[in-house]
Design a protein around this ligand. Sequence first.
Ligand SMILES: [Zn+2]
Length: 505
Amino acid sequence: MERTHSPSQLTQEYNIVVGMEVHAQLLTKTKMFCRCSADYQGASPNTHTCPVCLGLPGALPVINRAAVEATIRTGLALNCEIAETAVFARKNYHYPDLPKGYQISQYELPLCRNGWVEIDLPDGGAKRIRIHRAHLEEDTGKNTHAGMHTLVDLNRAGMPLLEIVTEADIASTEEAYAFLTKLRTILRYLGVNSGNMEEGALRCEPNISIRTAEQAARDEFGTKVEVKNLNSLRAVRNAIAYEAERQADTLQSGGVIEQVNMGWDENRQRTVLQRAKESSEDYRYFPEPDLPPLVINRAWVEEIARALPELPDAKERRYRHEWALRPIDARTITGEKRVADYFEAAVAAYGLENGKPQRMANWITDELFRLLYADGEGQDLRQITDTQVQPDQLAALAQMVDTRSITANTGKKVLESMYRSGDDPQAIVEREGLAMVSSTSVIDAAVQAAFDNNPDELTRYRNGEKKLFGFFMGQMMRATKGKVDPQAARQRLQEMLDSGNSIRN
Ligand SMILES: [Zn+2]
């Protein structure tokens, strides 16, 4: 069960104001400033390290071009301005998982600024969440606390990290959820991040404050509290709701909100104080002396822009307006790039005429998703690419139903069989004798058998209980394993019920 906090009386007197910082691990082959392999998941601790990411004296960083390109791609997709010159900066702080004693980040001159992401609102409208900046930095290592000791693994140290910072434009838990979902979808479309929040590849830190309508009119903000390192959409939603309510309670009882960092206690579903928040002065930023300013060639930016894939919003519009898809299906299918890719491959095999894309969408969102969910895979619809049912096989199945070689009901059963075996639908229909039966003699025999087996119902029908039509239809379909042409069967059943002369005693 999902636990969400409903806004109390108190929070209704305040508006929620949220800005979001998102950290996305970039899918590069090597780390940000060295040649260590970035593929460290599952590796023994401290095996993906070198003098650069261990922070040994004299080791010099070299900028990873692929990480810069991924950041520019993302910046363009988020409608940002791409800097002419970006400057790496040293962010000084001491932590066991940061061997150099500083993190290389970008401060005054980030790579990307002033963008936006459009989200859909529950009332059907849309809203732009402005992106303040997006910049490149390196990840820290990972501490594991074991009793009295802390173990440090530096495999993650120096991994390229894209930090995306929004303006304080998010006004509810729903908007926060919509923003993160959309951002994650875009990052996956771009292929720059796995979107896997559970593994920490995408981490989120909302800045949460509340204010009254009068404060909002004066453009004033409340004191903000940052909740660190949330790693699920649900945690983000619940943390914002909880924190807004806590702040409202504090203010109502005459208290003061302090600017602090909080953590999220998943078990108790509440925020907990971590440490007083550092201000940027505490970090003593200065330009990284070991790296030159990063001058971005305009021709390169244009080349990256031309190579951008079709993004989810554009794809959704195309599905709706050119392929006449229902809005809900267009939204669902474009929500995951792998589902959209699967859908497009199936439509390519099936065809575009006469509402075919919508029919294919139905096969996928109704039938295939049902099987994925039953398998427990539907939590992550990207698993669609792991099913045995290939897009062209699904198209062939849809074609067989369209041409009435099998009934729609048989089609669903054949799909289940395809899902389990990976076999072609034609082979399954042939092997299991599932072809649609339209023969009049077979249908007549099935009607007659239904009458013979249910004389009481037949009498009741003929005495006016017309709703028993469905009962007889069901009997016939069951007896023929759903293979008879339902249209022909319905017509023949009606004729024989109404003629009254087919009763045999
Ligand atoms: Zn290294």
